[in-house]
Ligand binder design. Structure first.
Ligand code: NDP
Ligand SMILES: O=C(O)C1=N[C@H](C(=O)O)C[C@H](O)C1
Length: 267
């Protein structure tokens, strides 16, 4: 049985994760953490998540439950995640990180823990998206150098704070790496006004934020005469949450290292 604690337990993903852990016969809910000073500290996390009383009270500090859990699942924000990673390194815990929107410096900081903590870090925990990454590698290798323009389009709910999504960036990276390009050199993140025609090798990104869209990603390969679109649409956050719980069970048996969902899924 893997004992899981959830940071950001009152958030959109936090509440969904409570459901996902409850549904998993090999995982147990060891705790839920809310923001320090939050009025939700002390609330029952089952009631917060809408699954009924679980007799697990939300706490506002990891110290309060340090002996109770094996793996922390963190879907919060970059600085909070990095603080929790430091806590896990210090206390011999494992961590699954779904947080997106880390800056270049923050990614370097996160990577610095790879020899001190077993961690799974992935911008998207759904099986479908991780399979899509494989399909993109194949498509890019077949089409990218044959005059096909590549564009990544993503859509999310109105509350999302980072753009492009972590998944869109990952998709762009996979395509770029398959073609020996980099997003630093070839990524185009905005077009406005007299921006001129597109260059042959650029990889463009477009972002939609609207309503309650859970998460949609399309990578388009377009040339004169045809267009191929590889699309993934998430209609429920349970797809991410189930993946995160699977990753938590998997990382419970791993040594120090930075792992991706591809490792968890054996893709
Ligand atoms: N990898 C994946 O598969 C997926 C990744 N994500 C990513 O997960 C992240 C969270 O998304 P989402 O759930 O929609 O966001 P929410 O804003 O709904 O949830 C984040 C939660 O973290 C809480 N929080 C903030 N600071 C702390 C702290 N110091 N300690 C404990 N909790 C804290 C917030 O509380 P408060 O509101 O009070 O500040 C909030 O409840 C984003 O980066 C998103 O992109 C989302 C879905 C899937
Ligand atoms: O914020 C979200 O909601 C999501 N974020 C992730 C991302 O940035 O890629 C994954 C998913 O699409 C939902």
């Amino acid at each position: 049985m893997t004992r899981i604690a959830i940071v950001g337990v009152a958030g959109r993903m936090g509440r969904t994760l409570v459901n996902a852990v409850q549904e998993d016969a090999e995982a147990s809910l060891a705790g839920g953490i809310v923001e320090p000073g939050s009025s939700l500290a002390g609330a029952d996390i089952g009631e917060l998540a809408g699954v009924g009383r679980l007799d697990v009270a939300a706490v506002d500090s990891l110290d309060a439950i340090v002996d109770d859990f094996d793996v922390l699942i963190d879907f919060t924000s970059p600085r909070v995640t990095l603080a929790n990673l430091a806590f896990c390194a210090e206390h011999g815990k494992r961590i699954v990180i779904g947080t997106t929107g880390l800056s270049e410096d923050e990614l370097v900081e996160l990577d610095g823990y790879r020899d001190r903590v077993p961690m799974v870090f992935a911008p998207n925990m759904s099986v479908g998206v991780n399979l899509t990454l494989k399909l993109l590698e194949t498509a890019a290798k077949a089409l990218g150098d044959e005059g096909y323009d590549i564009e990544v389009i993503e859509a999310h709910h109105r509350h999302k704070v980072d753009a492009p999504s972590g998944t869109a960036l990952k998709m762009g990276e996979v395509v770029a790496e398959s073609l020996g390009r980099t997003l630093k050199e070839h990524g185009v993140f905005a077009r406005e006004g007299q921006c001129g025609p597109r260059s042959e090798k650029e990889i463009g990104f477009a972002t939609v934020r609207a309503g309650d869209i859970v998460g949609e990603h399309t990578v388009m390969f377009a040339t004169e005469g045809e267009r191929i679109e590889i699309t993934h649409k998430a209609s429920s956050r349970m797809t991410f949450a189930k993946g995160a719980v699977r990753a938590a069970r998997w990382v419970a048996g791993q040594g120090n290292g930075r792992y991706a969902m591809q490792d968890v899924l054996g893709l």
